[in-house]
Design a protein around this ligand. Sequence first.
Ligand code: OOG
Ligand code: NI
Length: 464
Amino acid sequence: MSAHLSPDEIRSALSAAMSRMYREEVPAYGTLMELVATVNAETLAADAHLKERLEETESLARISEERHGAIRLGLPQELAMMRRVFAVMGMFPVGYYDLSTAGVPVHSTAFRPVGAEALSRNPFRVFTSLLRLDLIADEALREEARAILEQRQIFTAGAIQLTEKAEREGGLSAADAERFVTEVLETFRWHDRASVSADLYHRLHDAHRLIADVVSFKGPHINHLTPRTLDIDAVQARMPDYGIAPKAVVEGPPTRKCPILLRQTSFKALEEAVSFQSSDGDWQTGSHTARFGEIEQRGIALTPKGRALYDTLLTESRKLVRPAADGSNARAYEAALAEAFASFPDDWAGIRAGGLGYFTYALTAKGREQQGVASGDLESWIAEGLVCFDPIVYEDFLPVSAAGIFQSNLGDGAQQDFVASPNQQRFEADLGATVLNEFDHYAAIEADSIAACRQALAMRIAAE
Ligand code: OOG
Ligand code: NI
C-alpha cells in the first residue's frame, strides 16, 4: 500500500490552488495580495521584536500563505458532504455562528485545522454558511428554491469517490491527493451561467440578495479569499493607491499595540455579468454582485472573560455611534471605539494578569540553561525569567464583523430584520456532527504548553 500524504499537505495544496483560481477570477484579489505582502514585509522590517517572536513561535512562515475563504451552501446534504470533504484535509467544524440577528438568513461554522501543530503548518479556513430556507417567508418561493437546489450536485463524481476512498483507507496517496484537489476545486468555481430564469432570480433577490446568490448558481462559488496582514490600518489607507475602494470602517476592535481577536475590512463586491436561461433556451444577459475582497489582521484569542469584555465594549461603542455604510461618520465611529476600548488592557502582561487572553508558554534561554529549579510554579518561573509567554492567535471569526462584511456587500439600505433564531441543534443535525468549542481548543493549547514547560524543568531536576 502506498504511503498517505498528510492532510496538512492536501490542505496547503487546495489553499494554493484556490488562491490561483480566485486571482484569475477576481484580479483585484491579486492586487490586494501584492499590497498585503508589501505591508507585511515593511511591518517586519520595522519591528524586529515582532519578527523574532513570530519566528520563535514558528508562526512567521505561515503568514504569507495564510488565508480564509467563504462559501454559502443551500441544503443540509451539501453541508454534510462538505464536512467529509474538508475532513480529508484535516479541517473540522469549529464554532456556531447565527447570522439571522444581522438580517442574513444563514447560520455558519468555520472548517479549519485544529491543534497547534496543524495550525502552524497551514491555518487555511473556510467560513461555511447554510441557507435558512425556513426564514424565507413566502412559502411558494421557499419551495421553488428548494426544488431548484435539490436538482444540483455541487461535487464532482471524482471528488465524492476520492473522499470515500480517503475515509475507507485512512488517507490519500500523493497521486490521489493531487486529483482530489483538482476535483474539489470545481465545487468552488464561479459559473457565469445561472441555473434559474431571470424572473426567478429577481424574485429570489427581492426576498434577500443572499438567497439569490445561493440558489441561482450551479455551485457555492468561493465569494472571497482573505489574506492576513500584520497592519490592517496601513493596508486600508493604501488601498486607494492601488485602485481599490475599501469599505468605510474596519470591523472589530480598534487599533491597538497588542492586537486582540480579529480586525477585518473589505472592498465592495463586483458587479459581474451573468446570463439567465429563458424558456426558449436562449441566454439572457444580466448581472450579479457577490464576490469581493477582504483582508484581516489577527490578534490574541480571548478567554470567555476577555470575550465578554470585548462584546460589552463593542456594544457600548455602537450605542454611541453606529457606523454608516457611506462612511460619513467613520471618524466619529473610530473615536467612539477607541474610547470604549480604553479600559481593555493594552500590554501582554496586563491581558494575561486579567485572565483575558490565551498564551503559550516556553522556556527562555535562561530557563533552558539554569539548573536546579526544584520548586516554584509557573508564576515564579515567569518572575525569574525562566519561562516566557506569547499570545495564541485567534483562529476563528466574529459574528458582528461577519454581519458588517455581509452588509457592506448587500448594498446600502439592504438591511433586513430577521428575528434572532439560533438553531445550533438543527445545524449540527444537518452537518452530521457537533461543532468544536473554540474556547476549549485554545485552553488545551495553553495547558499543553504549560505542561511541556513543567516537564522540561522537572526533567532537568531529575537529571541532576
Ligand atoms: C461570509 C462572511 C463571514 C468573515 O470573514 O467574517 C466571513 C460570507 O459573506 O459568506 O467570511
Ligand atoms: Ni471573510
